[in-house]
Design a binder for this molecule. Structure first.
Ligand code: 13P
Length: 248
């Protein structure tokens, strides 16, 4: 598929005012206000941001979704239908921070993937190994185990984000060789194991910055980037979008 996809993951940052200000700067900039750019904002700010994004190209994403599909007595949960209702297009599923701090594992992540697809949105399944797993050498098996739910996911468009845990928020970026190795392995795995009709893009995430975005985005089998810290700064995020725009 031609073109890169850039998603900013704001994580648990911003306030109502700063979230709006950030979105307004992205909307005012034709480099960022593109259908292949999205921001994944905290759940409480999604509805007001969706209002601002209405009629614009820039897309909205959620950082998580409930594993429960139907409305009901699930206190604190936000369903896929609710996210779709207010205008989300992407939903992050299984970010390493959710795996680490909220003990999310494959059965719940499979439900989240399927709920997102059933609601007509695009799930972004995050996979990646810890430093210990990399050093022990079994990192490909870790990633294949995380991908294994894709064999049971329904048809539709979805995205995979390779985010080595040791590169998230650390300033340590994986080398281009490491990125190419994993992205190629993920694509090969998907060709053999995912639904043939599945339309799959593989993003890289982990300390993507203005300075390294272009070389990462030009790496073999990299279809875009999932950007954490640098997406909170309009200027940095703009430079990442600019690097992606050049490659379209
Ligand atoms: P950083 O870009 O801050 O390393 O975060 C990456 C990430 O976790 C995006 O989901």
């Amino acid at each position: 598929m031609a073109g890169k996809l850039i998603i900013g993951n704001w994580k648990m940052n911003t306030r109502a005012g700063t979230a709006q200000a950030l979105v307004q700067s992205l909307l005012a900039d034709p480099v960022c206000n593109q259908p292949w750019v999205a921001v994944a904002a905290p759940a409480v700010y999604l509805a007001p941001l969706a209002g601002s994004l209405n009629q614009h190209a820039l897309q909205l994403g959620a950082q998580d979704v409930s594993a429960f599909a139907k409305d009901g007595a699930f206190t604190g949960e936000v369903s896929a239908a609710m996210l779709q209702d207010i205008g989300c297009r992407y939903v992050l599923v299984g970010h390493s921070e959710r795996r680490q701090y909220f003990a999310e594992t494959n059965p719940a992540l499979l439900a989240k993937m399927n709920n997102t697809l059933a609601a007509g949105m695009v799930p972004v399944l995050c996979v990646g190994e810890t430093l210990e797993q990399r050093e022990q050498g079994g990192y490909l098996d870790v990633i294949f185990q995380q991908l294994s739910i894709l064999g049971e996911v329904g048809d539709g468009e979805y995205v995979i984000a390779y985010e080595p845990v040791w590169a998230i928020g650390t300033g340590k970026v994986a080398s281009l060789e490491q990125i190419a190795e994993i992205h190629t392995a993920i694509k090969t795995w998907c060709l053999q194991n995912a639904k043939p009709s599945a339309n799959i893009r593989v993003l890289y995430g982990g300390s993507v910055k203005a300075e390294n975005a272009e070389s990462i985005l030009m790496t073999e089998n990299v279809d875009g980037a999932l950007v954490g810290g640098a997406s909170l700064d309009a200027g940095s995020f703009r430079m990442i979008c600019q690097a992606a725009g050049k490659l379209i």
